[in-house]
Design a protein around this ligand. Structure first.
Ligand SMILES: [Zn+2]
Length: 345
């Protein structure tokens, strides 16, 4: 299991450096990321959260609530959507077989419709609360127009008997190998908010969604930027439960410091873990030796293929089904003397 990290469209809430710690001034917009994970499972791709999607880029007036557009001013560049970045890496959108959602906020669920064939895994409580559209706040954050894949959603409520590193969890997700992708209840930000733990080639990773928003909150001396703490309080459905979930995460992290944690919004954390600036899309990947995708995907320069698929065109590259006898592997060849490819995290 190899993990790639994508920022699937930044948002820019007011507060400047009180939000991100780097923007000059506080009366200006800061920056937050939409930190998503793409995982090569050996049998396709699995996505943790989807950020904002092509639908949101093309039709923000209908898909996003006016308050969200005004307060967060998302940076709606199509090349930053999960689908465009995945294609730019050299995969096909259809390679995404599964999506695990931390929660259904518009900035996690916006890209769902770009992967209509994927199974979507999430907590039943989250669907129930989001679908009820119970108040003004719920109508701003949960956008049913982003949910065209709803018949493919698989909802969980029963927890497994054995906890994951001391935390209650669901170990067995439908269609996925058990104990490899683990769903953890982390309520507070929303009623059915989840953490997603992934057993990868370099150890356990834990995507905490919006359970914290400043990486320093998980440190031995927990503290965070004022703007982010305000953002956390403003968006938490249950603040006491939110604080409790953070405390459980912190304790887990003290006991298991080897778990690589990330949240959805912290730009500094994203850049440290992804190894690139947050405003850039993911690079085309260099397959590892015996990469299963070499069997399935061939990259050709745009214009060379006889079967163009315009909706699946990444910048300068076209991703097509290919006859294995005529594989064009030249784009995969590493320059002579170059270092072997490293996983992005
Ligand atoms: Zn959220």
């Amino acid at each position: 299991m190899r993990i790639h990290r994508l920022n699937c469209i930044s948002t820019r809430p007011f507060g400047g450096r009180l939000i991100d710690g780097t923007t000059r001034g506080v009366m200006t917009r800061g920056r937050c990321v939409s930190h998503c994970l793409v995982i090569e499972t050996g049998d396709g791709l699995l996505l943790v959260d989807t950020g904002l999607g092509m639908g949101d880029v093309m039709d923000p007036e209908r898909r996003l609530a006016p308050a969200a557009r005004r307060l967060l001013a998302p940076d709606l560049r199509p090349e930053m959507t999960a689908v465009r970045q995945i294609e730019g890496m050299g995969f096909r959108a259809d390679d995404v077989r599964d999506i695990v959602l931390t929660h259904l906020d518009f900035d996690q669920a916006g890209g769902l419709d770009d992967f209509p064939h994927a199974r979507v895994h999430l907590f039943a409580k989250e669907v129930e609360y989001a679908a009820a559209q119970a108040n003004w706040g719920a109508k701003q954050r949960y956008r049913p127009m982003q949910w065209n894949t709803r018949p493919r959603w698989i909802q969980y409520d029963a927890l497994s008997d054995v906890p994951w590193k001391g935390m209650p969890c669901v170990r067995d997700l439908t269609g996925l190998p058990p104990d490899v992708i683990v769903l953890l209840p982390l309520q507070g930000h929303t009623p059915g908010h989840a953490g997603v733990a992934i057993s990868a080639e370099n150890g356990w990773h834990l995507h905490c969604g919006d359970a914290y928003m400043d990486a320093r909150e998980m440190g031995v001396d927990p503290h965070g930027r004022f703007g982010m703490q305000f953002y956390e309080k403003f968006t938490a459905v249950d603040r006491a439960q939110y604080a409790h979930s953070q405390q459980r995460l912190r304790l887990m992290h003290y006991k298991h410091p080897d778990v690589i944690m990330n949240c959805a919004k912290d730009p500094g954390e994203f850049e440290r873990l992804a190894g690139r600036a947050a405003h850039l899309p993911a690079d085309p990947i260099t397959p590892l030796a015996r990469d299963p995708y070499v069997e399935k995907i061939v990259r050709k320069r745009a214009g060379e293929t006889a079967e163009p698929t315009p909706t699946r065109t990444a910048t300068g590259l076209e991703v097509v089904h290919h006859d294995p006898a005529t594989f064009d592997l030249e784009p995969f060849a590493a320059p002579r003397g170059s270092a072997p490819p490293q996983p992005s995290s």
